[in-house]
Write a protein that binds this ligand. Structure first.
Ligand code: NAD
Length: 245
């Protein structure tokens, strides 16, 4: 049992696996494929420059899938953690917006959000949950230039402010939960390793082993929506038990 009395600062890093039980396909799962294209072939600036229609058709398909999904009990457990813990930071690699939909107030979205679009000329952003899109590729209502998904593609830099905040939180936390990430996509994969070097307790929630598994203090090898609520419940009971005693 972890002693939350001594674990003041908690960071959670989530990846596609936390949304798997909501029905959102992970990239590396068998349902990640679309029309025989691998995500690495479509989620790039080069693919968008070559064929914006194809890339937008893929995003339209993904938006349709995600739009039909609801947050699960793992997302909701993180909302509860945010309300109860004094210093809590949620960092996600997901673009699906399910943490917000569940009720998380502050989410550091490392890879952007699939429901936001950005004008390729003006850089202006707009949120639009319309699915399917009425026009593919969509264009900026103001200047007519192409809009692109406001997500980070392979080979692109992450938003500097968000990344800075994520690294600062990871460097200063006592406990980091790493949930549903294959821990191979950089720089997000560096966060738990850096935290570990600073003496942070690492807990991994993933039914499969990952490159991080050898370094963690506790491995919960089950689907997040099953194991996270129970695990958190046990921690809560121990907090309540120790404060009563
Ligand atoms: P990934 O697809 O590389 O890995 C998913 C991980 O989740 C795997 O290790 C898998 O074993 C684990 N997993 C599967 N089901 C799980 C469950 N029920 N509970 C807990 N873990 C489970 O995902 P990644 O590490 O996030 O990296 C891929 C990149 O793809 C990210 O950059 C992300 O932005 C993007 N992506 C996002 C979404 C989304 O927003 N939901 C979906 C697909 C891909």
């Amino acid at each position: 049992m972890l002693d939350f009395g001594h674990l003041q600062r908690v960071v959670v890093l989530t990846g596609a696996g936390i949304s798997a039980e909501s029905g959102v396909p992970t990239f590396r799962g068998h349902r990640g494929l679309w029309r025989q294209h691998r995500p690495e072939e479509l989620a790039t600036p080069e693919a968008f420059a070559r064929d914006p229609k194809l890339v937008w058709e893929w995003y339209d398909w993904r938006r349709g899938l995600i739009g039909a999904c609801q947050p699960n009990s793992a997302h909701r457990t993180l909302v509860d953690m945010e309300t109860r813990l004094p210093d809590f930071t949620l960092i996600t690699q997901n673009v699906d917006g399910l943490h917000h939909l569940a009720g998380s107030q502050r989410v550091l979205e490392l890879h952007g959000n699939i429901w936001r679009m950005r004008c390729t000329r003006e850089g202006t952003k707009q949120e639009d949950r319309l699915t399917p899109l009425p026009e593919i590729p969509p264009r900026c209502a103001n200047c007519g230039a192409l809009l692109r998904p406001d997500v980070v593609w392979f080979g692109e830099s992450l938003p500097a402010e968000v990344l800075e905040a994520a690294f600062a939180a990871a460097a200063a936390c006592d406990l980091m939960l790493v949930i549903g990430t294959s821990a191979v996509v950089q720089p997000a994969a560096t966060l738990p390793l850096m935290a570990k070097q600073n003496g942070t307790l690492l807990v991994e929630v993933n039914p499969q082993p990952t490159p991080l598994s050898d370094y963690v203090d506790l491995s919960l090898r089950q689907p997040a929506a099953q194991v996270l609520p129970q695990w958190w419940q046990r921690q809560m009971e121990s907090i309540n038990g120790s404060s009563a005693g």
